[in-house]
Ligand binder design. Structure first.
Ligand SMILES: Cc1ncc(COP(=O)(O)O)c(C=O)c1O
Length: 395
């Protein structure tokens, strides 16, 4: 059995023939949506989500996005709004486990989906390895998607888990039809290599993903020389980057033939992920330790219940003055990121009251399992020194 699959089984308990390694989390989501299928039908998703990856997959699969507001307690759907938005043309609901947390209310969303005969997709891209009451994320939805980039295993790679007997054949068929082929496989690998090279020149390998960094340090000022030849090859070979990082054979093909999106994980991605996936358990434990230390200083957004084992890909907190915190953090060389929609186009329906509030008050800190004790202390000191700028989350 492939090591990627065996490790995923360790985390999710899924059967081997239910797991489908993909190029990204977003292509896993695309495969899920195409299996439903959602073309011409409505797909319900939280207004608070990644405007590139999640929306990109819905639109790519021909679905019509319908946004539901979120609650500020655990960022799950506002259940009243969810009820209101389910119509005869709804095909699927996408639930989220945000930023490394296990969202216990996903079970309620699943229940509602079943009641209305809808497919429930669990987006676990941020939270591989998290669990609630011994139930790993990804077990509740008919389909679940994971990503290998949020937890610093690899800059790319994703996985679809199919829990539904009714959908498994369709998923197998679509997955097998999506042959990477020689040319598309080469292009996908080439693209991966460009990303890989960029990582190599940016600080130590993999540490740069989602982590603390010094914005003025040398690699950020050097033009990505190593990366350029591959980028030029990309352009020459017409690999297109539409909707973020999906792969297409050519721009003309995108709308006519979405099967040209490379969904299956490439060999190159497999090599990288295999070499690192064994560390995931350890990495999650280290992140959890760091988060527990930070919990003592700054009020965490997500209150942890006893039965909750989160993996803290990000530490989430609220501030009275986002601009000030960002500027102080920059001086201290700590990278905080803003929540969606930080970049990328947002649909106006996504600008709900609660999403607006999160955008104004919430910041994220990518927790790296590679931080040294000294670095952890620096982060602790930062929070401690600026304690007055943070407040208890609204939930
Ligand atoms: C909520 C959510 N779902 C899915 C994805 C897609 O994951 P990947 O980057 O592996 O395509 C992302 C990534 O940003 C995300 O934030």
């Amino acid at each position: 059995m492939d090591q990627i699959i065996s490790e995923i089984i360790r985390f999710t308990g899924a059967a081997e023939d239910r797991l489908f390694p993909t190029t990204y989390g977003r292509t896993a989501l695309l495969l899920a949506l195409k299996s439903v299928p959602v073309r011409g039908r409505e797909v319900i998703l939280p207004a608070f989500t990644c405007p590139i990856a999640v929306l990109g997959a819905v639109i790519e699969s021909g679905g019509i996005p319908v946004f539901v507001d979120i609650n500020l307690k655990n960022l799950n759907f506002d259940l009243n709004d969810l009820r209101r938005k389910i119509t005869k043309s709804t095909a699927a609901i996408i639930s989220h486990h945000y930023f490394g947390m296990a969202n216990p209310e996903v079970a309620i969303n699943g229940h509602m989906a079943r009641k209305h005969g809808l497919i429930h997709i669990e987006d676990c891209t941020h939270s591989l390895g998290a669990q609630f009451q011994d139930c790993p994320v990804g077990k509740i939805g008919d389909l679940a998607v994971y990503s290998f980039s949020k937890n610093m295993i690899s800059p790319q790679g994703g996985l679809l888990q199919c829990n539904s007997d009714g959908l498994i054949e369709k998923v197998h068929t679509l997955y097998n039809q999506n042959s990477t082929g020689r040319i598309t496989g080469l292009l996908a690998n080439l693209e991966f290599l460009t990303f890989f090279c960029r990582l190599l020149i940016v600080r130590k390998l993999f540490q740069s993903v989602n982590t603390r960094f010094k914005p003025n340090s040398l690699p950020y000022r050097v033009p990505p020389l190593l990366y350029m030849p591959f980028r030029l090859a990309d352009i020459f070979l017409k690999t297109q980057h539409s909707s973020g990082r999906f792969y297409y054979v050519s721009k003309e093909n995108v709308l006519k033939d979405p099967s040209t999106v490379v969904i299956r994980m490439t060999d190159f991605q497999k090599h990288i992920i295999r070499s690192r996936i064994g560390l995931l358990h350890q990495m999650n434990a280290k992140r959890r330790d760091i988060a527990e230390r930070l919990n003592e200083i700054v009020p965490p957004f997500f209150l942890q219940e006893k039965a909750q084992r989160s993996v803290y890909t990000n530490y989430v907190f609220c501030t009275y003055d986002k601009a000030r915190v960002l500027s102080l953090a920059k001086k201290a060389s700590i990278l905080f990121t803003e929540t969606w929609p930080a970049r990328g186009k947002y649909w106006k329906e996504q600008n709900t009251k609660n999403v607006e509030r999160l955008k104004r008050e919430v910041l994220l800190l990518g927790i790296s399992p590679y931080w040294s004790e000294k670095e952890i202390r620096e982060v602790e000191n930062f929070f401690y020194k600026n304690k007055d700028l943070f407040f208890n989350p609204p939930g």
